[in-house]
Design a protein around this ligand. Structure first.
Ligand SMILES: C[S@@+](CC[C@H](N)C(=O)[O-])C[C@H]1O[C@@H](n2cnc3c(N)ncnc32)[C@H](O)[C@@H]1O
Length: 240
């Protein structure tokens, strides 16, 4: 029998996280209901119960995500990262940040929800070698401000998060202002078409051209899209 050590560690940390959050919610125990899409994590100041955290983590990283997410393809779009700092906006469980930390000079995992920050801070200690742990920084962002300093990052990655950002064009302008000349933003999100995965539901997906238009409106140039490399998602890149 093949043992999935990552999933065991993930579940262990999830249990710790939930213990820290308090599991007195009756839904958390023996919950047989299918997880429903929960956008409360994207609403600042909204209380989220522990079951929602668990459901969200299961939605973000369903079993087999690697197969269709192809993180190596997305990260490959960034070129040589050995001297680059990448911000992962809306990092969630750190699916991309943990992988980026093994290739980039530094990764800043920006997250709105402190519980995901806590989760990433824990999982990086068990999953990453010490030299990679040092490259992985978590940062609490605000809905309208990623809290990045000018010149701090070379590339900004936004995976499965773009639609949840409020005032997106203003947010992109903020990113543009902190990126150096030649700096890039990369948006990866779900295509609006029928697909065999459950989440996200159609109401939380955006058309590719809308992402392109918003990058253009914010002042990004050399906007390039790839809707073929990934089965369920498009990749849109813009440059300063
Ligand atoms: C669907 S998850 C995607 C997580 C991760 N990028 C991935 O691909 O696994 C969206 C995440 O974005 C976070 N988020 C939403 N709006 C944000 C914002 N303005 N700044 C930072 N994080 C945000 C949410 O808290 C949530 O964890």
């Amino acid at each position: 029998m093949k043992i999935n050590y990552f999933r065991i560690t993930f579940n262990f940390l999830l249990a710790l996280l939930l213990a820290g959050c308090g599991t007195d919610d009756p839904i958390a125990e023996g919950n047989t209901k299918a997880p429903k899409p929960d956008t409360t994590a994207q609403q600042p100041g909204t209380a989220m119960d522990s079951a929602s955290v668990q459901n969200l983590l299961q939605q973000y990283d369903p079993p087999g995500r690697d197969v269709w997410q192809k993180p190596e393809v997305v990260i490959g779009k960034m070129g040589d990262l050995s001297n680059k700092t990448v911000a992962d906006i809306g990092a969630g469980s750190g699916f991309f940040s943990r992988r980026l930390a093994q290739q980039a000079k530094r990764v800043i995992a920006v997250e709105l929800d402190p519980r995901f920050v806590q989760f990433m801070d824990s999982i990086k200690l068990v999953e990453l070698k010490p030299e990679y742990q040092d490259r992985f920084e978590t940062r609490l962002g605000l809905p309208n401000d990623p809290k990045l300093k000018p010149g701090e990052v070379d590339i900004v990655l936004v995976v499965n998060t773009y639609i949840y950002i409020q005032n997106r064009v203003e947010y992109l302008k903020n990113l543009l202002s902190v990126l150096p000349k030649g700096g890039k933003v990369i948006v990866v999100d779900f295509k609006k078409k029928r697909m065999p995965i459950k989440y996200p539901t159609a109401d939380v997906r955006m058309e590719l051209y809308e992402v392109e238009n918003e990058l253009d409106a914010a002042g990004f140039t050399n906007i390039q899209s790839d809707d073929r490399s990934l089965d369920y998602q498009y990749i849109v890149m813009g440059e300063k």
